[in-house]
Design a protein around this ligand. Structure first.
Ligand SMILES: [Fe+2]
Ligand SMILES: [Fe+2]
Length: 159
């Protein structure tokens, strides 16, 4: 991102990057959690759950990549140290269920994680609206995907 592009950002860049980095860490935790549950899920109809978890894991990894790209363009660096990911995240890592066949628990975990993600991106969207168009655009794109993730799993809960 060029000088002028950074100059028109009407926000404290350091603070903005801090928020983006926290979201970046959240995405890695979410990716790992969903990927892990996809690999280990068992029991009846496990294949459907595996497919959904793998799909969402892929989306979260994509979000991490998009945020890393944006942070870099803003002239900063995404968190480099793996052990710093959890420390810098907005919420602690949620443990996968002990019983890998506990589909209801998996659904509750995902629904909660997605609700947290929606809150995080809603806050960043409000902060950046009209202040940093580029960030706002990416954040609302990610937010709309988190909204559909929540919906997918909320619908399962109602069954
Ligand atoms: Fe995400
Ligand atoms: Fe998500």
């Amino acid at each position: 991102m060029g000088k002028q592009a950074r100059a028109i950002v009407d926000l404290n860049l350091k603070e903005l990057v801090k928020d983006l980095n926290k979201a970046y860490c959240d995405e890695w935790l979410a990716f790992y959690l969903y990927w892990y549950m996809a690999q280990t899920v068992s029991g009846r109809a496990y294949e459907d759950m595996q497919e959904m978890l793998n799909k969402i894991a892929k989306d979260e990894l994509e979000h991490a990549g998009e945020l890393a790209d944006l942070i870099t363009k803003l002239g900063d660096v995404p968190v480099a140290n793996l052990t710093e990911l959890e420390k810098n995240a907005n919420a602690p890592y949620m443990m996968p269920p002990k019983n890998s066949a506990d589909i209801n628990r998996i659904i509750r975990i995902v629904t909660e994680a997605e609700a947290q993600a929606i809150d995080v991106y809603n806050k960043i969207a409000k902060k950046t609206q009209g202040k940093d168009h580029n960030t706002y655009q990416l954040i609302t794109h990610i937010l709309s995907e988190e909204i559909s993730h929540e919906e997918m799993f909320e619908n399962l809960q109602e069954r």
